[in-house]
Design a protein around this ligand. Structure first.
Ligand code: FA5
Length: 361
């Protein structure tokens, strides 16, 4: 034997040509593709078995080599190896093509994945996000630095440091959810303490975020809502600075013709304390039956006051040198007023029509 039998070579050539023809047919996208793929794979297995397996033709040829004359052995050995490599290469190529087609079949489906786009279907920012962003821009314009807040708090930062001792009745107003090692904060005033501890005065800061209270849900209350806290500490900060700042904020956010009104109030962390109302922008104080101000002409929007010297002392700021004001408002209430949203629960219901009505693209 000086060369590989032509019969063997022809056999391989015929088999592989037949398989290749069948692979060509896979390009036609007809319904029998799956069946054709199975047939081709079977035929490839047969070629492997017949030529490359332990008892296959190539092994048999190689086993014959030792019996041959060294010169012939070398030449024939090379030929057998070339044939073996060719078979392996061709089987690999065909397998890859067939498997690619198989994947295409597996993952293709008749569902139309295109989208008929219209601006009506576009995603929108939730109205609470828009209100928070607008409020932040107004206060940033007024020189307030924006701080992130933390929602999982300890009693010290939520109460004690703000001059609300353990047995103080004011805690009842701000009752919250307790768990091992912490509470969910009841207001953003915790950030007054955290920012004051982090940064020496002068400070002009706001912080926005979620708060939690053990309140029952109704049209104006939720157990989870958002607040914006703002405060300013410097030498000789007075109540007039507080009024001026809030007045400018109201004019920028609600409109230039809006008036503000302050009535005395009580918060343990501010002294004196006040509640601020704005003149009704809905009826311009002209409608006794107004559904927004209920005929009073005023809408209360926030609590505020001069930071209690006890709070300043608690964070190591000398109240004889520094003074400050602080204010806090509920974001949902501001949004409800500004956009005339009748019920706080609408913010959280994930109702798509609500977002289409009030959200912004
Ligand atoms: C406070 O939380 C004070 N920390 C605000 C403050 C800050 C006063 C700095 C002085 C200086 P109050 O409990 O009133 O105050 O809450 C403020 C606002 O949060 C309310 O006016 C209201 O808009 C909103 N709010 C309170 N409880 C709820 C609730 N359960 N659901 C929705 N909004 C609420």
């Amino acid at each position: 034997m000086k060369a590989i039998d032509q019969e063997i070579l022809d056999k391989y050539k015929n088999l592989i040509t037949e398989i290749k023809k069948e692979v060509e047919l896979l390009k036609e996208n007809n319904q029998e593709l799956k069946e054709k793929i199975i047939q081709i794979k079977k035929k490839l297995e047969l070629v492997k078995l017949e030529f490359l397996s332990k008892k296959g033709i190539i092994s048999k040829l190689l086993n014959e080599l030792p019996k041959l004359d060294p010169q012939v052995r070398k030449q024939l050995g090379t030929e057998i190896n070339i044939l073996k490599q060719n078979i392996e290469k061709e089987i690999k190529e065909i397998t890859q093509t067939v498997e690619k087609k198989e994947r295409e079949l597996k993952y293709s489906c008749n569902v139309d994945l295109s989208i008929n786009f219209s601006p009506d279907n576009a995603g929108r920012f939730h109205i609470l996000t828009i209100v928070q962003q607008d409020l932040m821009s107004v206060f940033a314009e007024l020189g307030f630095e924006i701080f992130d807040g933390i929602e999982i708090e300890d009693e010290y930062h939520n109460f004690e440091a703000l001059n609300i001792p353990k047995d103080h009745p004011a805690r009842d107003m701000w009752d919250t959810f307790y768990f091992n090692g912490g509470i969910l904060r009841t207001h953003t005033s915790n950030m007054q303490i955290r920012i004051m501890k982090q940064k020496p005065p002068p400070i002009k800061a706001i912080s926005i975020g979620k708060c939690y209270r053990r309140d029952n849900m109704d049209a104006t209350h939720s157990f989870q809502f958002h607040q914006l806290e703002g405060f300013c500490i410097d030498k000789q900060v007075t109540f007039i600075d507080l009024i001026k700042t809030l007045y400018i904020f109201v004019n920028k956010y609600f409109g230039e013709d809006i008036k503000v009104n302050f009535v005395p109030s009580y918060f343990p962390f501010t002294e004196p304390s006040a509640e601020m109302s704005i003149s009704c922008f809905y009826c311009s104080q002209k409608n006794e039956n107004c559904k927004i101000c209920k005929g009073s002409g005023w809408i209360e929007i926030l609590g505020c006051g001069m930071i209690n010297p006890i709070v300043l002392k608690n964070v190591g700021i000398d109240p004889d040198q520094f003074s400050g004001f602080a204010f806090g408002m509920g974001i949902e209430r501001i949004a409800m007023l500004k956009y005339q949203i009748p019920d706080i629960r609408m913010f959280y219901q994930n109702y798509i029509e609500f977002n289409k009505l009030w959200g912004e693209v």
